[in-house]
Every structure is written in C-alpha cells, then in structure tokens.
Design a binder for this molecule. Structure first.
Ligand code: CA
Length: 363
C-alpha cells in the first residue's frame, strides 16, 4: 500500500468513528477465540503497525491458531486516540498504541512510552524487566481495568521536521508543532502551540500549514510518511523520546478469562515484539537518513543552548505532576533505574560507538 492510500484510509482516523459498536469477543468456540485489537496506526504504517502485526502474528503462531487477533486501523472501530477508552469500556479487547497519548487519564502513562531526557530503549527495557517498571505499569493499568504490557520500541526518535532552522529556544515561540506526551508540554513552556495529531493525519497537517513542524518517529517511518516532500529541515536528535516503548493494553476482565498458557503467550509475544521492533527500526533508520539527505533534506542538531532550554522546560513539566503519589513513585523508580543503567552504558557503549565510528570512519 502506498502512502497516499494510507492517507486516504487514515483520513477516517481521528474525526470520524464507526457508528456501530461491538461487544467483547465471545468465549472460546471450538477451542478458538478471536480478539479485537484497536490500534492508533493505519495498516502498513512503518515501525508502529509493524509492531502490532508482529505481536498478532506471534500470538497466533504460539497458540497454534487458538487465539487470533482482528487488528483494526483508526476509523475501523474507533479513532486513533480513542483506543484506550474502547478497551477500558469493553468495546474492544485490546489496544496497540503509545501510552503517553493517555497522560490525560494519568500522567504516569508517559513513562511507558518515553519521557524527556529519559532512558534509551535499552535503559527503558532494563527498568521494565528488572527494576520495577513492569509492576508499576500493571498497577497503573489496573486502575483503568487494563492489563498493560510494552510491545514494541521505536528506538531514539528524531528531533523533528521544520520549515526553517531553530537557532534559539525563542524560535519555538508561537510555532505550531506536533509533539505528544510530556515533551509536548515542555515545548508548550517554550511558547509553542502544541498539538497532538494522530500519525495518519500528520502529512496533511504539515502540507496544509496547519502545522509549522512535527515530530513523528525517525528516518524510516518519517520517510514512509513523506514529510520530506513538505519540509526540508530535519533535526536528527530529540530530547523528548530517547527510546519509545509501544504499549499493549488488554481489557483486564478478558485477560483474566484466558488460560494461564495464553496469558503467558501474550506477555512473551509482547517481549518478543519489543526486541523485533527495535531491531527492525534501527536496521532501517541509517539508510533512510541517507536517502532523505539525497532528497535535499538538511540534517542538523540543536545547539547546547536549545538543549538547555529543553532541559529546564522538561523539569518544570515533570515537577508539576509530583503531587500525584503514583506519578511520583513511577518517576522515582524510573530515574533510579536509569541512573543505575547509565552508570555503565555511558562509560561503555557511548564511548565505544564514538571511538569505533572515529577509527573506522563511520557515522
Ligand atoms: Ca514521536
């Protein structure tokens, strides 16, 4: 499917919602069960939908066909950002999305995608699997009747697309920019007019001038979305999503009806999807960046002064949520784990990659 077909299909995504609703899936029939999964991604959207497809295919394979997933793109059952409500209400069985879209429901959800100046994909995974992140995700999801998992990771995301260079933090003042999550709130502190528009609607918003700029994912997903056709300034490093997890939210009542084996398969398929998705993205980003540059895209880095402004604004945003006990606990757990992880990673991987690229002339 080409990009314009995505756009045509995804035009249904945000605004229009199918009028009919369906009831939660029936119990096993002849030992088989189909679960409805609503997603925030148009079918075929690079990285994000790839993760949803990989999860669904893995569950079907691991259950030998006893569980199948009926994957719905935005507009097929509900809108892109309505999947959370669809699952908590029982209209759908599970969602595949990014949990930071739901910071309006609880700000702690930000930590299960990415937070400004937060962990890399590896550091997020370390926290999640070994330092309490998974248990906190479960505690948070349970408040809303969800059984929550990480199921995908898009790696470090780019700083975004602009029509002109950003020379100081003041250049964000009045800029109509798309950035979800706590990063978007930080840009709001710098005076940007921040909008959270679903991925399937971004190309149109940028090309029409409704947006001055946007961040989406990274070179491979961004190239597929076609942003290089309508903006030529690309900041490769961003402060807002250093390693973004994708989330699976399962209706908790439904999850508890499943056999222990099927519950375990859903958890393990989520883990497998994270690994597959991160490597898929990183295997493709470098070549995509080279192609974007060949199409006349100017690749830049923000100055230290701009990074400092991002840092101050981000800290201000995070501190505003500290009255929430669970947010404060999630933040403390995440930051303690990140400090522990980075004590080694920054001394090893960071320096190794810098030296390798210097010696071999890469990068
Ligand atoms: Ca993003």
């Amino acid at each position: 499917m080409d990009r314009r077909s995505f756009l045509k299909n995804s035009a249904l995504g945000g605004a229009a919602v199918a009028a009919s609703t369906t009831l939660a899936a029936p119990a096993y029939a002849q030992g088989k069960r189909t679960l409805t999964m609503v997603t925030s991604w148009p079918h075929g959207f690079a990285v994000l939908d790839d993760a949803a497809v990989h999860f669904a295919d893995t569950v079907t394979a691991m259950t030998d066909g006893a569980l199948t997933i009926d994957k719905k793109a935005p507009g097929e059952l509900v809108g892109a950002l309505e999947v959370f409500d669809a699952v908590t209400s029982g209209q759908a069985d599970m969602y595949h999305s990014a949990d930071y879209y739901y910071i309006g429901q609880h700000p702690g959800f930000a930590y299960f995608t990415a937070v400004p100046f937060g962990g890399t994909a590896q550091e997020l995974t370390n926290w999640y699997n070994h330092d309490g992140g998974k248990e906190l995700h479960d505690e948070l999801g349970q408040i809303f009747g969800l059984k929550s998992f990480l199921a995908g990771n898009s790696g470090s995301q780019s700083g975004g697309w602009f029509r002109k260079e950003i020379n100081s933090a003041e250049d964000f003042n009045g800029l109509k920019f798309r950035m979800p999550g706590l990063g978007g709130k930080a840009l709001g502190k710098l005076g940007a007019s921040v909008q959270n528009i679903p991925g399937g609607e971004l190309y149109q918003a940028l090309s029409s001038g409704a947006l001055d700029g946007l961040e989406w994912v990274g070179p491979w997903a961004d190239e597929r979305a076609g942003f290089q056709e309508v903006a030529k300034v690309y900041y490769t490093a961003g402060f807002h999503e250093p390693g973004s997890g994708l989330a699976l939210g399962v209706n908790r009542d439904l999850f508890e009806e499943l056999s222990t084996a099927h519950q375990t398969i859903i958890e393990q398929a989520s883990l497998a999807t994270t690994n597959h998705n991160l490597s898929l993205t990183l295997a493709n980003n470098g070549a995509a960046l080279t192609r974007l540059q060949a199409q006349g895209v100017q690749t830049l880095q923000f100055s230290d002064d701009v990074w400092d402004a991002f840092g101050s604004a981000s800290a201000e945003v995070m501190d505003e949520f500290m009255d929430d006990e669970l947010f404060a606990r999630i933040r403390a757990s995440f930051e303690a784990s990140m400090a522990k992880s980075s004590a080694w990673i920054s001394q090893s991987d960071g320096e190794y990659v810098r030296q390798r690229d210097r010696v071999l002339g890469m990068g």
